[in-house]
Structure formats: structure tokens, C-alpha cells
Design a protein around this ligand. Structure first.
Ligand code: ADP
Ligand code: MG
Length: 699
């Protein structure tokens, strides 16, 4: 008893003197992180030491060599040196103070502008030599540097070539705070033994994880950054592949309890549809039918570009499950999409005696309870829902088929948990993410693949326009024109509301100005992710019913939404989105028989922006776009825009890291082949890591 007391006092003691920290420890124990900062970090899903370590920079700030004034280009971050050529002048606009001056070197002069830094008036001296760093902007044709940082020679030399991390932030949390926290955690974290055995690290030329984590946050130089990144990307792919390997082994030709041989209902539905199935849809449906009657569990991926008509194929399969006396369920990534599928299914199945139910997180408790009961007692035949479906307390009576729509938005684990809601149900997953075939083999290695080629025949190709903001008036006119013809339009802005740090259009201000611009007969509404789910659904319903003409929205409408009467998609600050994402957004129009238009509004006219948007202008083909995007970024272009919201890697990019993916998946295959390897002691750390990764026992 006594001994215990002494020991615990001792350990308390050492803890406060900075004992080494563990992965699962709260970040609250890190020096400098108080309750408030902890709260900000929580918003970014960082609560533990381990999560902070893998909270990677989104880019880096790198001090480059000093360049001559004459060589600067718009949009560049540059370091200049020279003498102050004019005496600084201060002016006031509203409550802003603006100081202007100009800097001259041997090649020319450039204008400097500082906002709200009146004290600089005293510091800046005519004729004095300065080193400055800032971004080149152009205003009324004049080159200038806005808010340049004044550097001492020492500061400049110290930072030259180094890469300083820039982290994803949230209001209240500064980059400096995150940087400090990460520095601290790297100091106090007790790095365990590397879980990748030396043999593997050697074979693939990988850094120690400890080194990699240090260098990913604070790279000494570009080379060591790439080395670090390689290790982290390898790990992501390797663990992913190993987990997949497990799944595949479990799934290989699993006999099925569900022989879904009666298929009259799907046939009847096909006969009553207002359209003919395309050849692609037909052949995907044939593949599914064969699976459902094969006596083995189906594991099939339906891949088809946006608008190819995947939903109806899923409905046919669900109907088949019901006809044979079982239940079917479909899981989608957003509530808006769930609501939409639910409405569509009910409408299409009107003639059948089938109960379709909806289950979403934001539904009222009483309503949820009722739906869960129906799911449990089997009254519900087809269940449409979000990830709420895979939570505890949702028990199916007899689930024969599960469908995951927009699969790339879910993790493998979520798909697995969905499977566990039944007893080896048939599995159908759908995705529009255009992954080259070789990658699909690796990614969806545990799945058979059907590709829906082509779009429905009645579609006219979308007309695309990549334009600058000077063409906004014409764009607004075309939108008004389309509305007058009875159609609807989307306008996408990258931000929800005005932000000091980001110069990009926001939904709230934009909606207000559109309401001012258009007469009341053109009904403008806004939609964004920060609205309550019920409000979002309400707006979406109004839009679907044609009671809103112009919907100003963030990318919440990106996935799956289907309003065929909408014919214009206008994307503000199109340069801020990945091409794959632009393609998804564009996929919201061109879903009916009318001609549709997509306007990519560029917030700047730099060469890169225009090149990227021209790809969009010239093609409506998702596969082509993904490949061009890759070429343009070039492998290893980590500063390019990542495919957003895609798959489930923090750092790895399936396109640009295709070679590492290949290597990691081979390594994983080799590894899983040999059970002895897995059992032996030196892989204990890896086993443990993998257990955590899959949330399942590895052996
Ligand atoms: P996605 O593959 O992007 O999920 P959807 O399933 O939402 O596409 O289908 C897009 C639109 O095309 C829907 O309005 C749907 O009713 C319609 N559609 C589906 N199949 C066909 C077809 N064969 N002919 C005409 N329209 C179709
Ligand atoms: Mg869809």
C-alpha cells in the first residue's frame, strides 16, 4: 500500500516534468495547449497526440532566392531586395490605413502596399536597403506587392530553402499555434519501435517513421520532404492493402443463403420506366442478376460516370431482394441525397406493394424509433439512409442485399460494418470516381467490377465555358434566360461566408447580391453545410419541386443530387477546386433532355488556372479529365490541388502516387501470402498497427 502511494506520487512528479507522451494521450497534456486551443483542435478532429502527429501540413511556405524586380509574375510569392525609392505615403479608406511606397533594384521598381500598419511610417526610410517577401498582385495593370514582410538578412538566410509548414486551420486557431504544438509533440512523443520491419524498409527505400514524421512537419529541404512523404504514403497504401487482403480472403467465394431467383418485379419495373435502359445499364444489371442467382455472395462494384444512371440499377437489385421475401438497404454519404433517393424509390415503386423507409441522423427521435422498429420487424422492405444505418441499434430482420452509393465517400470499414448488419448479404457498391482500370484492380481488389459505359441516349453534351469574372454579366443573363424557359440553375461558391483570409466568393453574400440583381420572379435561395439538416432538406425539396430557380450553394450538392430540370451550373472561383470535383459538380446538370451549360468562372487568369479549366471546357469525360489532371500536375506535384474528399487517405493521392501504390500493394500481397511471416515476433508491432487500422483482430 505504502509502496503504491510512493510510486504514484513519483509518477505524478515525473509527468509534470515532461514525461514522454503516448499516442493515445490527450493533446491537453501538451505544453501550451489549454482548454480553448483543445476545443479548436477538436473541430479539426485532432484530440490525441497520435492525431496531432498525423495532422499533416496542407502545404509549405518556402523562402526562395532573391529575384530581380523585373522578373516577377502575377501570383508569385517572391523575395526582393532594393532601396526604397519613394517616401512612404499614408492614406485612409473608410477605416483602413494604407501605406504605399516603391522599391527599386537594378532592373526596375515595384509598388508596395501595406494595410493597417501605420507604425511603418516611422520605420520605412527613403533610400534604405530592404529585403522584402510577399505575393505579387496586379491592380489596374500595375504590379505591386501587398503586405510584404520586411526581413533582416539573418532571417532571410536562416529560412532560405527551408519549408515552413502551413496547416489546415479553423477560426481561432493560428498557424503559429499549430506549429508550436507540433514542435512540442515531436519533442515529447515516445516514438515506439517502427512497425515496418527493417527488411521492408530497406527493400522499398523507406525512412524510419520517426524521421518521416519529423520531416513531414519540418522538412530540412525539398528532398527530405519527398523522402518523408514517400514513407507516409507507403504506409497508408500498405495498411490499406493489407486490410483489403484480409477482406478478400474472408470473402472469397462465400456461399450465399440468398438465392434471389424470382425476378418478375424488376422486369415489370423496367417495362414501366419512362425510358429504355442503356446498354451499359442493361449489362450491369445482367451481371448483378447472375451474381444473385449464383449461390455465392455478390461483391460487385458498379462504376459509371456521373449521370450514367446508376440509381435505377441499384433499385432493380433492391427490388429483387424484396420480391424474394427479404430486405434490401442502400447507404449514401449525405442526408440530402438519402432524401432524394427515398423520394425517387417511392415514386417508382408506387405500383408495387412495397414499403420504403428513410433513416437519417437528423430525424426526430420518435420518428427514428418507429423506422428502426419497422426495420427490425420486417415491415420495412427497402431502407434508404446515411451512415446512421450502420450504427448500433439498427437491426434488420432479414437483410439480403446492401448497396453503398458514392462508395469513394466511405471507408472500407464502413462497408464492412454495413455487411455485418446481415448474414453475409449480397454487396453492391457504386461509384463515379474515375479510377484507371489498373488502380481499380488494386483498390477494389475484393470486388468484381461492372462498368456502365456511356450516358442515356437522350442527353445532349453539356456546353462548357471557362471564363473570367469580366463575363459575369453575360453569365447572369444566360441564367435568367434559362429560368424564363422554365429551367433552373446552380451557382457554386467555395465559401459559406465572408472570411478575412480567403479571397473567394461566399454563398451568403452572393445570394444577397443575386436577390438584388434579379427581379423577384427569379427565386434565389442559398444552401450550405452549416445549415441544420432539416433546413437543407427543405431547400433541396423546394429546388427539386421547381420552387427555387437559382440555388446558390457550396459543394454540399456535389454528390449524387439529381434535378433533371436544372440546366446551368456556374462555378465561382473554379480554380479552387480539383478537376475531379469540378466534374462531379458539372454532373448535376445535363441530366435531362434539354441542353445544359456549365460555366467555370475563374477568380484569376493565371496560365495554370486557364490550362486546367480548358481541360474541363474541352471534355465531358471523367476518365479523360482524371488523366489530364494527373499529367498537368505531374507526379510528385504535391502543391497541386488534391482530389478532394476522395477515398480515405490523409496524404496519399491515388493518381500521383500510383507507383507507390503499386509497390505497397505488392508488398502487402507478398506479406499476406506467408502466414509464418505474420505470426513471427518481429511483426508484432505491425500486427498491432493493423488491428487498430481495421478495427478488427488481424489473426
Ligand atoms: P448517376 O449515375 O450519376 O447516379 P442517376 O442514377 O442519378 O445517375 O441518373 C441520372 C438521371 O438520368 C436520372 O434523372 C435518371 O432518372 C435518368 N436516367 C437513368 N437511366 C436513364 C436512361 N436509360 N434513359 C434516360 N434517362 C435515364
Ligand atoms: Mg448517383
Amino acid at each position: 500500500m505504502k509502496g503504491y502511494a510512493v510510486q504514484s506520487r513519483l509518477s505524478l512528479c515525473t509527468a509534470s516534468f515532461g514525461e514522454k507522451m503516448q499516442e493515445t494521450e490527450s493533446i491537453r497534456n501538451i505544453k501550451g495547449i489549454g482548454e480553448k486551443t483543445e476545443g479548436y483542435f477538436r473541430k479539426l478532429q485532432v484530440t490525441t497526440v497520435g492525431e496531432l502527429l498525423s495532422f499533416y501540413p496542407r502545404s509549405y511556405d518556402q523562402y526562395t532566392q532573391i529575384v530581380p524586380v523585373r522578373s516577377v509574375k502575377e501570383g508569385e510569392m517572391v523575395v526582393l531586395e532594393g532601396r526604397l525609392e519613394t517616401r512612404p505615403a499614408m492614406s485612409r479608406v473608410r477605416n483602413l490605413t494604407i501605406i504605399t511606397a516603391s522599391l527599386k533594384d537594378a532592373t526596375g521598381s515595384i509598388r508596395l502596399r501595406w494595410f493597417n500598419m501605420p507604425y511603418l511610417m516611422k520605420l520605412l526610410k527613403l533610400g534604405k536597403y530592404y529585403i522584402l517577401r510577399g505575393k505579387v498582385t496586379v491592380k489596374n495593370g500595375i504590379f505591386q506587392i501587398t503586405q510584404p514582410k520586411i526581413l533582416t538578412k539573418e532571417e532571410y538566410l536562416k529560412n532560405l530553402g527551408r519549408m515552413l509548414p502551413i496547416y489546415p486551420l479553423t477560426t481561432g486557431l493560428s498557424n503559429t499555434t499549430v506549429t508550436k504544438a507540433v514542435k512540442e509533440v515531436l519533442k515529447v512523443y515516445e516514438f515506439p519501435e517502427d512497425y515496418l520491419p527493417l527488411t521492408l524498409r530497406k527493400q522499398y527505400g523507406l525512412l524510419l517513421l520517426k524521421k518521416a514524421l519529423q520531416q513531414i512537419h519540418f522538412p530540412d529541404n525539398t528532398d527530405s520532404f519527398y523522402e518523408a512523404r514517400k514513407r507516409i504514403v507507403f504506409d497508408e497504401f500498405f495498411l490499406f492493402s493489407l486490410a483489403l487482403q484480409q477482406l478478400k480472403e474472408n470473402k472469397h467465394m462465400q456461399p450465399s443463403e440468398y438465392l434471389l431467383e424470382n425476378q418478375d418485379m424488376p422486369n415489370t419495373l423496367i417495362g414501366t420506366l419512362p425510358f429504355e435502359l442503356t446498354d451499359g445499364q442493361r449489362s450491369a444489371w445482367e451481371d448483378i442478376r447472375a451474381d444473385l442467382t449464383s449461390g455465392y455472395v455478390m461483391n460487385r462494384l458498379i462504376q459509371g460516370d456521373v449521370g450514367s444512371g446508376k440509381t435505377i440499377v441499384a433499385l432493380l437489385a433492391l427490388l429483387c431482394a424484396v420480391e424474394n421475401g427479404h430486405q434490401g438497404a442502400i447507404m449514401v454519404p449525405t442526408e440530402v441525397l438519402a432524401g432524394q433517393h427515398y423520394e425517387e424509390f417511392k415514386e417508382r415503386l408506387k405500383a408495387f406493394d412495397i414499403r420504403v423507409v428513410l433513416l437519417c441522423g437528423s430525424m426526430r427521435a420518435a420518428e427514428k424509433k418507429k423506422v428502426k422498429e419497422e426495420i427490425h420487424n420486417g415491415t420495412a422492405d427497402i431502407v434508404v439512409g446515411t451512415h446512421t444505418l450502420i450504427q448500433e441499434g439498427v437491426d434488420f430482420k432479414d437483410l439480403a442485399l446492401i448497396v453503398t452509393d458514392e462508395q469513394h465517400r466511405f471507408g472500407v470499414n464502413q462497408r464492412e460494418r454495413f455487411t455485418k448488419k446481415g448474414s453475409f448479404p449480397h454487396v453492391l457498391v457504386m461509384s463515379a470516381t474515375p479510377i484507371p482500370r489498373t488502380l481499380a484492380m488494386i483498390f477494389y481488389g475484393d470486388l468484381d467490377v461492372s462498368v456502365i459505359q456511356g450516358l442515356p441516349k437522350n442527353r445532349l453534351p453539356i456546353k462548357n465555358y471557362a471564363v473570367g469574372t469580366n463575363e459575369r454579366p453575360q453569365a447572369y443573363q444566360s441564367i435568367a434566360g434559362q429560368v424564363r424557359e422554365g429551367h433552373q440553375a446552380y451557382i457554386i461558391c467555395p465559401m459559406v461566408e465572408d472570411s478575412e483570409n480567403v479571397e473567394a466568393e461566399n454563398v451568403i453574400d452572393y445570394t444577397a447580391s443575386m436577390k438584388e440583381l434579379y427581379p423577384p420572379s427569379i427565386r434565389v435561395e442559398c444552401l450550405h453545410g452549416r445549415m441544420k439538416p432539416a433546413k437543407k432538406n427543405e431547400i433541396m425539396e423546394h429546388f427539386t419541386r421547381g420552387e427555387i430557380d437559382v440555388l446558390v450553394s457550396t459543394t454540399v450538392i456535389e454528390v449524387g443530387i439529381n434535378v433533371p430540370n436544372a440546366t446551368v451550373m456556374m462555378i465561382e472561383n473554379a480554380e479552387r477546386f480539383g478537376l475531379a470535383q469540378l466534374h462531379q459538380l458539372r454532373g448535376r446538370v445535363g441530366r435531362g433532355e434539354a441542353q445544359s451549360y456549365c460555366i467555370f468562372m475563374a477568380g484569376n487568369s493565371s496560365k495554370e488556372t486557364m490550362e486546367r479549366l480548358e481541360i474541363m471546357e474541352n471534355s465531358n469525360d471523367g476518365f479523360y479529365i482524371a488523366e489530364e489532371d494527373l499529367k498537368l500536375r505531374g507526379p510528385g506535384d504535391i502543391f497541386g490541388i488534391r482530389q478532394s474528399g476522395e477515398l480515405f487517405f490523409k496524404m496519399a493521392d491515388i493518381y500521383q502516387d500510383a507507383d507507390i501504390l503499386q509497390a505497397a500493394s505488392e508488398a502487402a500481397k507478398e506479406f499476406s501470402k506467408n502466414d509464418v511471416l505474420i505470426l513471427c515476433k518481429k511483426y508484432a508491432a505491425l500486427r498491432e498497427k493493423l488491428e487498430g487500422y481495421t478495427g478488427e483482430v488481424f489473426l
